[in-house]
Write a protein that binds this ligand. Structure first.
Ligand code: KMH
Ligand code: ZN
Length: 274
């Protein structure tokens, strides 16, 4: 089996310091969390950024500050900015980080309820526009899917040449409004992905490590971090993203999957080696 790529989603747009005081807002805090994840074995940092007061922002300047500082602390890490941002942001607002030409960026492949009145909007025309703008800049889309129909949308757009091959899917399971996070759900999602593409499993909340263990065994890759889960075990807050990555590394070691370095991850994903 391929080496395991661990993505750390260190910050997200929704989780707050009230929920876990280690959630990063400032540039220094974001770098601290990225470095803790990188030192523990993460090769990709999935990045959202915040204002110092915690407000989510997609400002290119704020992303640049954070990316420069993360690159200084974690020289070869792959940084994957979000183009999802936070619920309610405009398309132009969400797309700002791609002007920095990162190696990868997220491409959310469908609309999803996000609990209460929140709807995370990604119409087909938006997906096409985001994909075209990313590929024009040589940015690899990370195809983010909260439900099975989103995989089908990505496959359709791939056949039309809008999303390039090979695709890398991030299967997010357990969002309030998306697919649930049981073993059968991940199997169904993975079975829907055509051969030749790669995938990561991101389980939300208590499903973070059950989905991670399945992904390790099934030959996929793993995403952990505060964006998806703030607990290291039931009722115990994680002290850092690094602690969550360490747990994923332990699982992988027990199950016989070595961990990919950033350059090994680049090779697996078809990115240029730095
Ligand atoms: N914060 C969510 C609304 C992404 O990063 O592309 C969207 C999200 C997906 O987190
Ligand atoms: Zn995200």
């Amino acid at each position: 089996m391929e080496k395991l790529i661990i993505t750390a989603c260190i910050c997200g747009a929704e989780v707050t310091k009230e929920q876990n005081p280690a959630v990063p807002y400032t540039v220094e805090e974001i770098v601290r969390e990225a470095k803790s994840a990188y030192d523990a074995g993460a090769s990709i940092i999935h990045l959202h950024v915040r204002e110092d007061d915690g407000t989510p922002t997609q400002s290119a300047e704020r992303f640049k500050l954070c990316i420069d500082a993360i690159e200084a602390a974690c020289p070869d890490v792959i940084i994957q900015p979000s183009t999802g941002g936070a619920v309610g942001m405009s398309n132009d607002e969400r797309l700002q980080p791609i002007t920095l030409n990162p190696e990868m960026a997220t491409l959310d492949c469908g609309t999803c309820n996000f609990g209460g009145d929140d709807i995370f909007v990604n119409s087909e025309n938006m997906i096409i526009d985001f994909a075209q703008k990313m590929t024009a800049r040589g940015i690899k889309p990370e195809v983010e899917c909260f439900d099975k129909g989103m995989i089908d949308t990505a496959i359709r757009l791939n056949k039309k040449g809008i999303i390039p091959s090979p695709m890398h899917f991030d299967l997010v399971l357990g969002v309030n409004g998306g697919i649930s996070a049981q073993a059968r759900d991940l199997t169904f999602m993975v079975d829907s992905i055509p051969p030749g593409n790669t995938w990561t499993a991101a389980g939300i909340g208590r499903a973070q490590f059950s989905m991670a263990a399945m992904a390790v065994l099934m030959g996929g890759h793993v995403r952990v971090g505060f964006e998806d889960n703030i607990y290291i075990e039931k009722g115990v807050l994680a002290k850092s993203n690094g602690e969550l990555v360490e747990k994923a590394v332990r699982l992988a070691k027990e199950l016989g999957r070595p961990i990919a370095t950033p350059d090994e991850a680049r090779k697996i994903l078809g990115l240029a080696i730095c």
